[in-house]
Write a protein that binds this ligand. Sequence first.
Ligand code: SAH
Ligand code: SF4
Ligand code: F3S
Length: 475
Amino acid sequence: MERKTVIISQEALEEQRDYCARVRAISQGRPNAPLALVDTYGCQQNEADSERIRGLLEEMGYGFTDVEQEADVIVINTCAVREHAEMRVLGNVGALTHTKKKKPDQIICLCGCAMQEPHMAEKIRRSFRHVDLVFGPHVLWKFPQFLFEILTHRGRIFSTEASDGNIAEGLPVVRQGTLKAWVSIMYGCNNFCTYCIVPYVRGRERSRDPQRILDEVRQLVAEGYKDITLLGQNVNSYGKDLGLSIDFADLLRACNDIPGDFLLRFMTSHPKDATQKLFETMAACEKVAPSLHLPFQAGSDRVLRAMNRGYTSAQYLDQIRRLRALIPEIVLTSDVIVGFPGETTQEFEDTLKLIEEVRFDALFTFIYSPREGTPAAKMADVLTKQEKSANFQRLVARQNEISAERHAAYVGRTLRVLVDGKNTDGRHALTARTDGGRLVHLDGGEELIGAFHTCRITRASNWALFGEIIDGEGT
Ligand code: SAH
Ligand code: SF4
Ligand code: F3S
């Protein structure tokens, strides 16, 4: 893949800026500023894309609302990773027929990963006639043109051609928060894990220019962001396509060298590409959070092979040992799939053994969901739905105990936390995150929000910590 074909040209982006200006003129001609609602499903990559969609909408003169009835434009950014995610989207889009009946000029747009699947786009075309615009992740940068065409001609637009993907730099962003920010460092995935739809809908791996990434991080730090997450489907492959001598560890160190008081996180790391150099860099860089999300997916080597993951459980455990030797307090989280086709209950026991050995702080557990067009969707099952579900329940129950035990070990400790917002549960006023990323509920005034504080942990559950601010009492 040649780089120059991957980068969207300045002229093409300029043309979209013209469309923005034309839509803005239409917006300004209305008695009130039009409103948009952007709803996001799926992972942080989709969150980051939605921030660009909001950025483009703002450029086009739109304000924002959370109320469907009030919205002139609704954008739903979809996820395709499991059937459940797709079903939820279809349910919610179906419900919008009622909103649109009351507000016939409302423009309904669907974008994101699920729209890049031909059968999903076709379903929308045939059965969801109230949807005006459907576009895949590869043409997100053309959103101003699509919206302009719909505003001026009406009619429906579908833009979901297959593509290896591209990089569109310099799109405006409206970020969701003022403390935490996502920075995409690369897009796409080349790994083709046999269960996964992502490589089909997100295209091939392509890395952003390191200077652009560093400029963005510098800018975020200057704006006061304190918790910055570098994003990619497999950040450990960063730079392989650039032809420069920079890898992910080098990029992380360069971000760490930016002056300022902030934390650096990254996700996701693939075990097959997580190097000792990365672990040493994490240990040496004081702004890199002591946490790692390293999905293992399964404990059985046969299942890992069938998944095309490229490592064995022994290799995974060895990585964890080496990482803990360098960063003893590291917070470890992971993803795991239960019920991959052909996985026996005996093989599932290897997954239980692995979590017993690692003792993750938290685990994201999924029941395998067949994805059309992936190799695993054609593989035969050996377990029934009930058996898979029973295994899943055992895994969740055991991990809950482990998480509770790991959290209990925090009680009495004094740690730095970033107070990030108001609590919604009513019992504690504030929420915070430890450097390792664990959630802490705290009491205190709103003036504490937005800064690092010292906190003593007084209580723990399997899902969170509870504490009190003790700034000034020393650590
Ligand atoms: N790129 C990341 C993960 C992307 S998807 C990585 O490789 O780690 C997030 C998680 O969803 C995966 O780690 C996997 O555990 C889960 N997942 C992906 N496809 C799935 C499927 N078909 N069924 C169930 N879970 C799936
Ligand atoms: Fe999917 Fe595997 Fe790529 Fe992750 S690494 S996005 S699980 S194909
Ligand atoms: Fe879903 Fe696409 Fe992310 S499929 S998990 S939103 S990359």
